[in-house]
Ligand binder design. Sequence first.
Ligand code: FAD
Length: 493
Amino acid sequence: MSLLQPAQMAFDDPGLATRRAELVATLRAFLPEDAVLERREEVQPYECDGLSAYRQLPLLVVLPRTVEEVRRVLKTCYEREVPVVARGAGTGLSGGALPLGDGIVLSLARFNQILELDPVARTARVQPGVRNLAITEAAMMHGLYYAPDPSSQIACTIGGNVAENSGGVHCLKYGLTVHNVLAVTFVTMEGELVQLGSEALDAAGYDLLALYIGSEGMLGVTVEVTVKLLPVPERAQALLAAYDDVEKAGLAVGEIIAAGIIPAGLEMMDGPAIQAAEDFVHAGYPTDAAAILLCELDGTNQEVSEQIMQVRELLLASGATEVRTSQNDAERIRFWQGRKSAFPAVGRISPDYYCMDGTIPRRALPEVLKRTAELSKEYDLRVANVFHAGDGNMHPLILFDANKPGELERTEELGGRILELCVEVGGTITGEHGVGIEKINQMCVQFSPEELRQFHAVKEAFDPRSLLNPGKGVPTPRRCSEYRQLPDRAHRH
Ligand SMILES: Cc1cc2nc3c(=O)[nH]c(=O)nc-3n(C[C@H](O)[C@H](O)[C@H](O)COP(=O)(O)OP(=O)(O)OC[C@H]3O[C@@H](n4cnc5c(N)ncnc54)[C@H](O)[C@@H]3O)c2cc1C
């Protein structure tokens, strides 16, 4: 049995069917017919997010079109004590949008409009269901773009990005979602509309905007986001360096940063990830390399010319067996294509894969890679490594087959050990994918009982009945005490 999946609820359970019928009648009194999905085949597409090992059919799916409808849906659920899970595109990798059997999924898919794009102020005011890449596509005609670029940017929504504080290749230089969002408007569980932040750079009082960003849909339902736009740099150029040893590549990452250069992207892939990506998109990667580093530099023509030479020398001095420099934009994009397709590429070589997300200090990179390889042997599960090396954000991909008895449970345990290794070396259990249900046990390792009590107090201040995405993100004290007492954990710590 899975260690993480909450107890499953049967869709046809008579008690749930009665609750469903009552709620449908109430919601249809103020929502159009097509805004409430109640039949099994209608709600099935919402049963999981990108962490598809875990599935649960929701009680109902509700697709409002206006802020007023969101307010009324939430107020109704509040009064009837029905839990609510907000959903963007469902690409999340930590189970954040996993439904609850007795709760609704509130999809923001119909909130897909860019409300205003101001090229002078360099801001865009958008609805939460707007895709991340759609913002850049709209801003490009003004020579602007939205910097945070998750690899899922073609599909994921800005509402989901805000909830997960998402990152991407460009975040090393330009920051995460939290550094690129100026204001958020959300609806509380009671149906109240709240705005945090403004177009000004700072505001009086507590920085609640920073608290809200990354809160995984547990504090409110986002209905509008104002983002910063940046000018497209004059020039961008990328380097691809091959290594015969993963540790050497790991050390080179630290040397580039230590030289005072902040690349626009600094990513690493190990042998299995290189092979999978090459077979999938034919990016021209050296498949005999143990690791590759991809380094992009952007800025003015002069800056890029100087830094390309400097980084090239650093890479060669750090033991790279080959260094290629992109000669044009098409080649630069091809270098990145393999990296950006790495997850689906790995999905082709294994029936299932589990994408971990931990962050470590850069200096610990070689050690963590070595110990991850040892753990991979111990659990007899293959691991491919793809990561935002510049900011120490690792994505070990564990390859498994959920149809083989016990393999999912072994994968979960191996994943847990890798995350705990990240904490041990001074890192954290998430870099950008959030906690969701996936890392809920490791929250007990990362934080003390007192810290977790404070997290619960924050949740209670926003959502006193704990109806917004309950059971995700922050573990209960009981869950932690049970987890800490697991015989295997006691032995390891
Ligand atoms: C192939 C692939 C590559 C990826 N690469 C990256 C990457 O490079 N960087 C990265 O950070 N992530 C990455 N992800 C993870 C994922 O795409 C991000 O977490 C993304 O932000 C999720 O957006 P979404 O719209 O799909 O949200 P969903 O999956 O629908 O939801 C995610 C969470 O946000 C909450 N939520 C969604 N909308 C709202 C709202 N309007 N109000 C309140 N809460 C809301 C949900 O309740 C849930 O907790 C990747 C995923 C895949 C499948």
